[in-house]
Design a protein around this ligand. Structure first.
Ligand code: 5GP
Ligand code: ZN
Length: 114
């Protein structure tokens, strides 16, 4: 846990969040400023600042986060029509929170990327 990290504070319950899914390794909650009708963030329960911080031993965590994203999509009812999974990594991608997170975006037709 990083005491200066917003998402760690959400995980400890010091900051509120609207839970969508949770298990031993991952937690999913509604984004506070949704850009699509469904906008959920999937995060690891451990503080991982950047995707490069994942070493080979923790590689399965990335697969788990993707599987949780698919579960969230199914539970949110966006699976049939399709959805987008996004990881913003670093300044050029506009990353605001330095705790690895996957955006699950759906419920609307999205434009082509770029
Ligand atoms: P990034 O740009 O780092 O990929 O995305 C960070 C996301 O976290 C943004 O979509 C932002 O709306 C969301 N966010 C920032 N602070 C909070 C918060 O306190 N609670 C929730 N639920 N989402 C947050
Ligand atoms: Zn954190």
């Amino acid at each position: 846990m990083d005491p200066n990290c917003i998402f760690c504070s959400i995980l400890t319950g010091d900051l509120p969040s609207a839970e969508v899914y949770g298990d031993d390794l991952a937690y999913a909650f509604a984004d506070i400023s949704p850009v699509t009708p469904t906008h959920v963030l999937v995060i690891p329960r451990e503080h991982v600042a950047a995707i490069e911080d994942i070493d080979q031993d923790r590689e399965p965590l990335l697969g788990h986060l993707l599987r949780v994203a698919a579960i969230v999509a199914q539970q949110s009812g966006i699976s049939r029509d399709g959805y987008r999974l996004v990881i913003n990594q670093g300044a050029n991608a506009g990353q605001m929170v330095d705790h690895l997170h996957l955006h699950v975006l759906g419920g609307a037709v999205m434009g082509r990327m770029g």
